[in-house]
Design a protein around this ligand. Structure first.
Ligand code: NAD
Length: 475
């Protein structure tokens, strides 16, 4: 069922001129197919196509763009089961999560299809009666989007859909390790009738592709999701060429558990958000900062929830956590845990790779993790929960704000006053209190500090793909 994945340039699915790259199933390390690899000629054809595609697409009314996008959403919904299987085969997550990701992507397309029709400008009262002052919104132009492997469709659909809704054309560089699911997303748009050149899909050497596309005069805007290190590199390249940028980068989310929280419910919510997608989520809670009065009870409940997780092949019935997506993550987990333990952390549960075929890893809870442990400072991006006790609320908030990351943060308390304090004092693009309330199509999604800038949800996401033009007209 998994076929080789092609490039999509100027409305045609085609092989690349580079050497195809093998794709592994992370559950058994078998090669399941290949993905085409673009060379510079392929990229230049994509750039020419995107320039032509933009000229056509930006002249199509928002009303028509919206209708076409809704068709793409319906096609994707209708293909949910097939797309979900491809995603699980190449990425590892349980089929239920792949289905949910595909369904959510269709909802995101619908949201942006609606927003396409609401790219309002405004009228500014003039100082003379014969002058009209208008603010109008225009698409920025062809964009280059770079997306990672953890949510193969969802990272791409936000960028593509906001850009298309605004009237931009797109070159998407999707992840080489999980290429079939984003290709299915592009296919839904193509089958919905998107004109040739409006949406192009390439894979290959990430550094070569970004190095070619970002400086190119055709590209007017860059959007990247991935690690902070790569994001800083791409943002500086974009800055050199005066390109607008959205950066959705790494996180190290603090989860503050106050003594007045409902500990049973808190542990349940946090275990779910920690171990979903095997922890490979930029907004996953990572530092569990727990009041000393409820620390032991919380650890017991979190460890029990971790131990109840059924780790296995994402295609198998009953699996609640799949393998890690690649061997790099297994090595990262082993290194971070070994480092933390050598510095005094205690393994409450988990801590080891499962078997030696497939990238399975135990859901892991560490307690008494010292601040100097690498895991307390670097994004683990895996099934690793780090629990540390605190005494005063100011101490907990200081720990939450200690790192340069600022993507997501969580707080658990029954006190409205404490909830307001947390919301106001935590330095983070998103704060969710007493539940996991992030990443819906209609709410902003993005970070501050080293976690990046710009938003990938809500009306703010449209702004990223629009220029503001001021028109003053005297008559
Ligand atoms: P990585 O840092 O090399 O790559 C991260 C992503 O950036 C990948 O999709 C990769 O293809 C892309 N990339 C790398 N170099 C690039 C370049 N020069 N130009 C364009 N794209 C480039 O490492 P990785 O092993 O794939 O992931 C490791 C870390 O990345 C994780 O630990 C996590 O911190 C971060 N990450 C974050 C997200 C997120 O949702 N924010 C997603 C995936 C990975």
């Amino acid at each position: 069922m998994y076929s080789d994945v092609l490039l999509y340039i100027d409305g045609v699915w085609q092989p690349g001129r580079g050497k195809p790259i093998p794709i592994l199933n992370p559950a058994n390390e078998d090669t399941i197919g290949t993905v085409a690899c673009a060379d510079q000629d392929d990229l230049n054809r994509a750039l020419n196509a995107a320039a032509r595609g933009f000229a056509e697409w930006c002249r199509i009314s928002a009303f028509e763009r919206s209708k076409l996008m809704r068709r793409a959403a319906d096609l994707l919904r209708g293909r949910q089961e097939d797309v979900a299987r491809l995603m699980t085969l190449e990425q590892g997550k349980p089929l239920t999560e792949s289905r949910a990701e595909t369904a959510a992507a269709a909802d995101i397309i619908d949201w942006f299809a609606e927003e396409a029709r609401r790219t309002y400008g405004r009228v500014i009262p003039a100082r003379s009666v014969n002058v009209q002052q208008l603010v109008v919104k225009e698409p920025v132009g062809p964009i280059a989007a770079f997306t990672p492997w953890n949510f193969p469709i969802n990272q791409a659909v936000r960028k593509i859909s906001a850009a298309l809704a605004a009237g931009c054309s797109v070159i998407l560089k999707a992840p080489e390790e999980t290429p079939a699911a984003p290709a299915a997303l592009v296919r839904a748009y193509a089958d919905a009738g998107l004109p040739a050149g409006v949406l192009n899909l390439v894979y290959g050497n990430p550094a070569e592709i970004s190095g070619h596309l970002i400086p190119h005069a055709t590209i007017r805007k860059i959007s990247f999701t991935g690690s902070t290190a790569v994001g800083k590199h791409l943002a500086s390249l974009a800055g050199l060429h005066m390109k607008r940028v959205t950066m959705e980068l790494g996180g190290h989310a603090p989860a503050l558990v106050l003594p007045d929280a409902d500990i049973e419910k808190t542990a349940k919510v946090l275990a779910m958000s920690k171990f979903r997608n095997a922890g490979q989520i930029c907004v996953a809670p990572t530092r569990f900062i727990v009041h000393e009065d409820v620390h032991d009870e919380f650890i017991g409940r979190l460890a029990a929830a971790a131990e109840a997780i059924n780790v296995g092949d994402g295609l198998a019935d009953g699996t609640t956590m799949g393998p890690l997506a690649n061997a790099r993550r297994v090595h990262a987990m082993e290194d971070l845990i070994q480092d933390a333990v050598s510095k005094g952390a205690r393994v409450v549960t988990g801590g080891r790779r499962i078997g030696n075929k497939g990238y399975f890893f135990e859901p892991t809870v560490l307690s008494a993790v010292p601040r100097e442990a690498r895991a307390m400072n670097e994004e683990p991006f895996g099934p690793l929960a780090l629990v540390v006790p605190y005494g005063s609320l100011s101490e907990a908030i200081a720990e939450a704000n200690r790192l340069n990351y600022g993507l997501a943060a969580y707080g658990f308390t029954r006190s409205a006053e404490h909830a307001a304090t947390l919301a106001a004092s935590i330095e983070s693009g998103m704060v969710s209190i007493n539940h996991y309330g992030l990443a819906l199509p209609e709410v902003p999604f993005g970070g501050i500090k080293d976690s990046g800038y710009g938003s990938e949800g809500g009306t703010e996401a449209m702004e990223a793909y629009l220029n503001t033009k001021f028109v003053s007209c005297a008559n």
